[in-house]
Design a protein around this ligand. Sequence first.
Ligand SMILES: [Zn+2]
Length: 244
Amino acid sequence: MPSRTLNLANGLFDYATWSHFIFVAMFLVIIIIFALMNQTRYSSHLLDNAVSEFAKLPGIGRKTALRLVLHILRQDKSDVESFAEAIRSVRNDMCYCHVCHNISDSDTCEICADKNRNHRQICVVENVRDVMAVESTHQYNGIYHVLGGVISPMDGIGPDDLNIDSLDDKIASNAADEVILALSTTMEGDTTNFYIYKRIAKYGVPVTTIARGIAVGDELEYADEVTLGRSIVNRVPFDKTLTY
Ligand SMILES: [Zn+2]
C-alpha cells in the first residue's frame, strides 16, 4: 500500500507539512512581487529619491508623488527655491506660543499678543487646526488654549500628557470670565471636558461648552437620535438665531 509520507529528511516532513511549506513560500513570493511592483525604479536616482521623500507625506502614494515631482521639475528655479525655503522654515523657525500653545512665529502668538481681544475669555481646543476652524468663523474674540490632544486611556494619553497644568495656571492668574470647552463630541472629548470642568471648579469661573445639535442645512429626518435629542434639550430663543 503506497504511503503518503515523503521519506525525505529522515521522514520528518510528511505530505501535510510540505503542502504548508509550499503554500507559505508561494504567499511570500506574491508579497515580494507586489513589493517590487510598488518600488518602481526610475531612470534617475534623484527622481527616485524625490518621489520616495514625497511619498512619505500623509495621503501621498508613489504615483501622486511622481506627479508632484514632475510638476516641480517644470517650475522656475526661483519658485522651487521659495517652496523649499518655506518647507525648511516650517521645521526650523516655527514654534509654539508659550501662552496658548498655538503655532507661532515668535514666543507669543499674534492672538495672545493682540490687546483688542478679550483675554478673560479662554476657548479650550484640542489642536491648532481647531484654533484655525474657530477663527475662520469670525464669531470669537477671546484667546485660546491648545491642549495638544484629549484624554484617551486606550491610547495611553492621560491628563499629564496634555497642556492642562498651564490652563490651570492661566485661569488662576488671569481672573478669567469664561472658559469655553470646544472639544470634539467624542467619548474622549467628553471625558476631557469633564476632567477640566472638575479640575477648574475651584476657581468658580463659568464654564461653557459649544452647542451640540443639528448642523446648518441638515434635515431632521436624517439626524441621529442623540443629536436631535440634544438639539431639543438645548433649544435656544428664536430671536438669537436671527443674528447668525
Ligand atoms: Zn498664543
